[in-house]
Design a protein around this ligand. Structure first.
Ligand SMILES: [Zn+2]
Length: 81
């Protein structure tokens, strides 16, 4: 009898947690807003940092394919020095 009660409690508990997880996933839309936010991406030449373009293409100076320039990569730039 006790085992049955424990099983029932366990099932109820897991059902409750699943329900709670479901309802909480519907509340936060931080991931949604993150996706909607348009990230301003610029493309630059690795050899010519002064070359900037808002779309992918080739460097007018050396013909190299432009790479994405992300403003959050300041740390990486410092490590290169
Ligand atoms: Zn270049």
């Amino acid at each position: 009898m006790k085992k049955v009660m424990l099983m029932a409690v366990a099932i109820l508990f897991s059902a409750a947690t699943v329900f709670a997880a479901h309802s909480t996933t519907m509340v936060p839309d931080t991931t949604k807003t993150n996706k909607v936010k348009p990230a301003k991406v610029q493309y630059t030449c690795t050899m010519h940092p002064d070359v900037l373009s808002d779309k992918p293409g080739k460097c007018p100076k050396c013909g190299m394919t432009l790479v994405k320039k992300e403003p959050a990569k300041k740390k990486a730039d410092k490590m290169k020095m």
